[in-house]
Design a protein around this ligand. Structure first.
Ligand code: TRP
Ligand code: SF4
Length: 399
């Protein structure tokens, strides 16, 4: 019914590292050439945990946008913006909050987890409890169909689907809906309207999801329908409501295959990260001092790549030939660890070279970055305002 659209955000809490690149950004770069994409800096989300120390947010915001551009996110293909510059997100968050049961928010696993993990911060706040609801607003306001996220975010996506369904249920009532929907069915033409009815019955009586999908696909193809009739027919398939908001799907991004220098998850706070735009000497030094198989104490001791974090890097950065060379050389003590690390160093530097080049123009002229964001905010805001018009109308605020 609504066009396919991808929305995702990242909190600006520090410079991005290669874990972010292999975990998320590479995927964004791929997606932008396939579907319309909106990528935004979730600065309000950063405030939910850093409300007492907001100074990092501003610098991190601009650094992060440069990191995105460096990684190849292309403002001519995707829309880049800052959440707080599209205040409609806050309006939708507020309106959604009216009908969101507290239990839904308290039940989200990240709520308790993060409070325990970040025990040094007081996260018993209203804003933090509302984190996933603000995230729901971020996505629903663009009627996004797909949201690329990591596994930890799946419960948030599940919740936004429930929020969307609840919204449509509460506010999607339309006077004479059933009648209007039946009129719209007729407009499909006799063959298709018969099929539509059959598929609708199969879904409603037997919960046949395939029938639902097939009916949706048919509606997608029905050229002669007006937007509003199409919307009604989508709503009529599942019940007797108009679909004002859509149900987005998670596009699960595989966990970053690149661990930190010590083999644990790469994270700035663990001190095991390589920044996206780290300088050459520092990359070289970090990899050269990386821990290896602890059993391999002397050069003459054979090692086991399975027990070595350097091997994980080879799995991301090296081809088969190099990996065979490592495996054989390590197990037979034929190569030394520094020797083994050199191809990794070379590959990281080669990966970073184009990123450093792309970043340079933006470092030299920050006004370019501001302009990209200003454009993106305009584009995003128009889309957000379209949805908000429908939302206000549905909630009886259309004065
Ligand atoms: N919560 C997300 C994270 O921590 C960031 C985020 C905020 C987000 N709003 C979003 C991601 C909307 C996807 C869509 O990674
Ligand atoms: Fe690790 Fe390579 Fe040394 Fe083996 S040779 S322990 S894989 S660094």
């Amino acid at each position: 019914m609504y066009p396919d659209r991808v929305v995702s955000g990242m909190r600006p809490t520090g410079a991005l590292h290669l874990g972010h690149y292999h975990g998320a950004l590479k995927n964004w770069v791929k997606l932008q050439s396939e579907l319309p994409c909106l990528f935004f800096v979730a600065d309000w989300h950063a405030l939910t945990t850093h409300y007492d120390d907001p100074s990092v947010i501003e610098t991190s915001t601009w650094e992060m946008v440069i990191d995105w551009l460096a990684a190849g996110v292309d403002p001519s293909q995707s829309t880049l913006f800052i959440q707080s510059r599209v205040p409609e997100h806050a309006e939708l968050h507020l309106l959604l909050s009216m009908a969101t049961p507290l239990g839904w928010l308290e039940r989200v696993p990240t709520y308790k987890d993060q409070q325990e993990k970040l025990a040094d911060r007081d996260l018993a706040t209203y804003g933090f409890l509302g984190y996933p609801l603000l995230q729901a607003a971020d996505v629903l306001i663009y009627r996004a169909s797909q949201v690329p996220v990591g596994e930890d975010q799946i419960p948030h996506i599940e919740m936004m689907r429930e929020i969307s369904r609840r919204f449509n249920h509460l506010y999607g009532k339309e006077k004479g809906f059933e009648e209007k929907a039946r009129e719209a069915v007729k407009k499909l033409g006799s063959k298709r309207s018969k099929l539509y009815q059959e598929l609708r019955t199969q879904f409603q009586e037997q919960g046949n999801e395939e029938a639902l999908e097939q009916a949706k696909a048919m509606l997608d193809d029905a050229q002669n329908l007006s937007m509003i009739d199409r919307e009604r027919l989508f709503g009529y398939l599942e019940g007797s409501r108009k679909l004002i908001l859509t149900e987005p799907q998670a596009l699960l991004t595989e966990a970053s295959r690149l661990p930190g220098l010590d083999g644990a998850k790469m994270s700035k706070s663990y001190g095991n990260a390589i920044a996206l735009r780290e300088d050459k000497d520092s990359v070289t030094k970090k990899v050269r001092t990386m821990p290896t198989d602890p059993q391999r104490v002397r050069r003459t001791d054979p090692g086991d790549p399975g027990k070595c974090p350097v091997w994980q890097f080879h799995r991301v950065y090296s081809d088969d030939a190099v990996r065979q060379w490592v495996d054989k050389g390590c197990r037979s003590a034929g190569i030394g660890c520094l020797e083994c690390k050199q191809p990794v160093i070379d590959a990281i530097l080669a990966e970073q070279q184009p990123m450093l080049e792309r970043a340079q123009q933006y470092i030299d002229d920050p006004s370019l970055v501001r302009a990209i964001i200003a454009d993106g905010c305009d584009t995003a805001r128009k889309l957000a305002q379209d949805t908000m018009r429908d939302v206000r109308e549905a909630m009886g605020l259309g004065y």
